[in-house]
Design a protein around this ligand. Structure first.
Ligand code: IDP
Ligand code: MG
Length: 154
C-alpha cells in the first residue's frame, strides 16, 4: 500500500474546483488519510520544490504557489503514487489527455491545479513537509474489502 502527497494548488481553490477534484480521487477508490488548508510560504515552496529552485521558471512558480491557500491531501491506495500521476495527467494542461484532471480543467503549464508526488521517495519527503505523523489517520474503510482483492496489494 502506498501514500502520496497531493496539493490542490491556489488556482484550484480560487476556481472552486476542489470538490470536483476530490470527487475524482474518491471515485477512483483512493482513501483520504490527511487533509489541511494552508498557505505555502516562500520557505516552504523552496523546500517542496527543491529540485526546481535553480530553474529559470522558479520565481514564477513560487509567486503562483504562495498566492493563495492550497489544500494539502495525503491519499492512500495500491500504487497510489502512479495512480494519482495518471489521474492528474501531464504537467501542461494543453498536453494532458481529456479525462485527466489537468486535461479537463486547464490549459496552462504553470496553473495546472494539482501537485502529486512523482515517486515513493518523493512522497515520503513531501508528506513529512506538510504533515506531522499524527495528522495522518489510519482507519479502515468498511467497504475496503470490495475495492480490490488482498493479493493485489504489495
Ligand atoms: P509536475 O507538477 O507535473 O511534476 P514539474 O516539472 O515537477 O511538473 O514542475 C513543477 C511545477 O512547476 C508544475 O506543476 C508547474 O506548476 C510548474 N512549472 C513546470 N514547468 C514550468 C515552466 O516551464 N514555467 C512555469 N511553471 C512551470
Ligand atoms: Mg514534479
Amino acid at each position: 500500500m502506498e501514500r502520496t502527497l497531493i496539493l490542490l494548488k491556489p488556482d484550484a481553490v480560487e476556481r472552486r474546483l476542489c470538490g470536483r477534484i476530490l470527487t475524482r480521487i474518491e471515485d477512483k477508490g483512493l482513501k483520504l488519510v490527511g487533509a489541511k488548508l494552508l498557505k505555502v510560504t516562500p520557505e516552504l515552496s523552496r523546500q517542496h520544490y527543491a529540485e526546481h529552485v535553480s530553474k529559470p521558471f522558479y520565481p514564477q512558480l513560487e509567486a503562483f504557489i504562495t498566492a493563495g491557500p492550497v489544500l494539502a491531501l495525503c491519499v492512500e491506495g495500491p500504487e497510489a503514487v502512479r495512480v494519482m500521476r495518471e489521474l492528474m495527467g501531464k504537467t501542461n494542461g494543453r498536453d494532458s489527455a481529456p479525462g485527466t484532471i489537468r486535461g479537463d480543467y486547464g490549459l496552462s503549464r504553470q496553473m495546472n491545479l494539482i501537485h502529486g508526488s512523482d515517486s515513493v521517495e518523493s512522497a515520503a519527503r513531501e508528506m513529512a513537509i506538510y504533515f506531522r505523523p499524527e495528522e495522518l489517520i489510519d482507519y479502515p474503510l468498511s467497504l475496503g474489502s470490495w475495492m480490490f482483492a488482498d493479493d493485489e496489494v504489495k
